[in-house]
Design a protein around this ligand. Structure first.
Ligand code: DC
Length: 225
């Protein structure tokens, strides 16, 4: 069944869109919120990371767009549901922790601004809504991937706090530079989607963000299955 047929059959599930800059808390809060609400979790950032990972493994430099796109297009990309997550398998493999290597951190924003890459991943991201109610985190989920969903959030935090969080995770990641590339690109830039609820997490604990998110969702009538 393709996307149109699924929609026609009324099988689209509820989607919570969660966007924001790097290290704003989307992954950890998104994962925990999905667990609490008993819905699926999807990291669209990991899909862009998987694309960058495949290009790196093939030895393709980040700036050779046509080759990066051809490399990702020729891969066998499949979604798999495991432990409440929908993940992208690349040629039957889950790249796991390699998705967060310093090399992928360095190249992923360049790969994510390529229209050919975004087109490939957009179809996969939208198809996730056939699997069940879900929370998807990313940069353009409320603005481009699922603009029709009423449940939209934008998590933010100061740049220094976000850099501190990455360092505390032991990760080499130039968050400010990535944000600039993600916000300034021409296709699907990072932005606050129309109607999104903004939560500044700079001085909030994960628990506090989680409680606020679930409270706002309840206000909007989103209840667990
Ligand atoms: O959230 P993250 O740091 O894992 O995302 C990795 C990169 O992928 C990020 O620098 C921008 C890109 N990205 C994107 O362009 N659109 C998304 N929906 C998610 C991530």
């Amino acid at each position: 069944m393709d996307d149109k047929e699924t929609e026609a059959a009324g099988e689209r599930h509820r989607v919570i869109a969660m966007d924001g800059p790097a290290a704003s808390g989307k992954s950890v809060v998104g994962r925990r919120a999905a667990e609490r609400l008993r819905i699926l979790f999807v990291s669209s950032g990991e899909m862009y990371r998987a694309a960058a990972w495949r290009a790196a493994r093939a030895g393709i430099p980040w700036d050779v767009e046509a080759e990066v796109v051809a490399c990702v297009r020729s891969a066998d990309l499949r979604l798999e549901q495991r432990d409440g997550w929908i993940r992208l398998l690349v040629d039957g493999q889950d790249p796991g922790e390699e998705l967060h290597s310093a090399e992928v951190n360095r190249g992923v924003s360049q790969v994510a601004k390529m229209p050919g890459i975004r087109e490939i991943l957009l179809g996969l991201q939208r198809s996730c809504a056939r699997w069940g109610d879900l929370l998807m985190e990313g940069r353009d989920i409320g603005s481009v991937v699922f603009p029709e969903t009423p449940y939209k959030f934008y998590l933010d935090a100061s740049e220094s706090e976000r850099a501190r969080r990455r360092e505390a995770q032991g990760q080499e990641d130039a968050v400010g530079e990535r944000d600039r590339m993600d916000s300034e690109r021409s296709v699907a830039p990072l932005c606050v989607a129309a109607g999104a609820i903004v939560i500044d997490t700079t001085s909030m604990s994960i628990e506090e963000v989680l409680d606020e998110l679930v409270r706002r969702l309840r206000q909007q009538g989103f209840t667990s299955a």
